[in-house]
Design a protein around this ligand. Structure first.
Ligand code: PMP
Length: 448
């Protein structure tokens, strides 16, 4: 449907002059949902949406159709997974074929071997892998492996980076400025009530993009693992400074510390081989999820064979009833096969760049200062700030309230973008969809 004449006219009309969309039926069903589902949502990250969390009827290409019958251009994309858009034909066909062959075997399947082969062919660090069912789990698998392999306890994570919701790693994800402590030696701030403080005892939080501070901490030679988002996508779309990742790579090697890139967002999104391929730095380990299977619950820990093979002896436990679930593996093979097509990432780059530029122009023309940073496939928009951000502390000046007004105004014009600033792009967002989005953004920017 995307891009036909009727569609793009409808989109443009709606974006610029249409009556604002309403979400009353979503609101009504959320009240109903809350009778059985705590808060009406099954992940806390789906809360706090303005004007209401949406109830979705179906997804098609770049669109979601909600309970009110609104057709929305979607830039949430399931929080990142839907790199081929909603319900792509190739993934549906692969899943349908696998449905006929069976659902779960507690044994190996041909399809998981093919999925693993594809990941190892595409990702620079991936000599071996283990599949899991969520990014959070894959990260936990990596932490255990790193401690076993090094005989050390400490792990280093960075302020503003997110690596799942488990007790040992959910520290300083978005700490309030008054709790965060000095920039050079941040407090580790728990993100949840009920989080076990003891589980964070061996988790050290540092500011990202500061090689000297990291070097100083690594010199104690007690650090098992350094874990980071290679591009800071969960907060602010911040890029690594020139030379930073190279420096981290070298320092980790020198101090016998394992380097992990958490590519749950960047994997199969910045390039077929993830951020590590696009930026040219190979970590020891990497975690993947989201775009690896275009909407199915698949994650992976991949990396050096000498490390991953430690699971093979049974000395390090990694389990999971649903790991490498065959239907999800069929989706993985179909998704990775599609993403390996030559030219696909060039097209995404071109369209994403146009979107970044168009949003920038729309805001500028309305007199709104904006910082748009990141990569065309996943970028961040922040209002009332200028210049590049370097670490989490630089995000304090962002006008979040005004940005929520912007995304709310966009939603009323049929464009759904995350309120925390991230924009995810899919191959289904064609030129007409991008132009309609920019038109909606012009009108929304004037409104705020
Ligand atoms: N790491 C990163 C970088 C993520 O963005 C996320 C999810 N947003 C996770 C880990 C956790 O993945 P999951 O939600 O699949 O557990």
């Amino acid at each position: 449907m995307a891009g036909d004449a009727r569609d793009s006219q409808y989109l443009l009309r709606n974006a610029v002059a249409g009556a604002p969309l309403t979400f009353d039926e979503s609101k009504r069903r959320m009240v109903e949902a809350s009778r059985w589902i705590a808060g009406g949502i099954n992940s806390n990250f789906r809360a706090g949406i303005s004007p209401t969390p949406l109830v979705i009827e179906r997804g098609e290409g770049p669109y979601l159709i909600d309970a009110d019958g609104n057709r929305l251009i979607d830039y949430y994309l399931g929080m990142g997974p839907m790199i081929l858009g909603h319900s792509p034909a190739a993934v549906k066909a692969a899943v349908a074929a696998q449905l006929e062959r069976g659902l779960l075997f507690a044994a190996q399947s041909e399809i998981e071997i093919e999925a693993a082969r594809l990941v190892c062919a595409l990702v620079p660090c991936a000599e071996r892998l283990r599949f899991a069912s969520s990014g959070s789990e894959a990260v936990q698998t990596a932490i255990r492996l790193a401690r076993a392999a090094t005989g050390r306890k400490t792990i280093i994570k960075f302020e503003g980076h997110y690596h799942g919701w488990m007790d040992n790693i959910l520290w300083s994800v978005a700490p309030a400025p008054e709790a965060a402590g000095p920039r050079e030696a941040p407090n580790a701030v728990a993100a949840s009530n009920g989080q076990d403080a003891d589980a964070g005892r061996n988790t050290v939080v540092l500011p990202w993009n500061d090689l000297a501070l990291l070097e100083r901490r690594l010199a104690s030679e007690d650090v098992a693992l350094v874990i980071m988002e290679p591009v800071m996508c969960n907060s602010g779309g911040i890029l690594p400074l020139p030379g930073y990742l190279e420096g981290v790579r070298e320092a980790c090697t020198r101090h016998g510390t394992i380097l992990l890139f958490d590519e749950v967002i960047t994997g199969f999104r910045l390039a077929a081989g993830g951020a590590q391929q696009r930026l040219g730095i190979t970590p020891d380990l990497a975690t993947f999820g989201k775009a690896i299977a275009n909407g199915f619950p698949v994650a992976a820990l991949a990396g050096r064979a000498d490390l991953l093979d430690r699971f093979a002896t049974g000395g390090i436990v990694h389990g999971g009833t649903y790991n490498a679930q065959p239907i999800a593996m069929a989706a993985t093979v179909a998704t990775l096969t599609a993403l390996a097509e030559p030219g696909l990432f060039d097209d995404l780059d071109r369209r994403g760049r146009r979107l970044m530029e168009g949003l920038g122009e729309a805001l500028r023309e309305a007199g709104v200062t904006a910082r748009i940073s990141g990569f065309p496939q996943i970028f961040n928009v922040a209002l009332d700030v200028e210049g590049a951000a370097c670490d989490y502390r630089d995000l304090a000046a962002v006008n979040k309230k005004r940005y929520v007004a912007f995304t709310t105004a966009l939603l009323r014009r049929g464009v759904r973008a995350l309120e925390r600033g991230a924009w995810f792009l899919s191959t289904a967002h064609d030129d007409a969809v991008i132009e309609a989005t920019i038109a909606a953004a012009s009108a929304a920017a004037r409104e705020i």
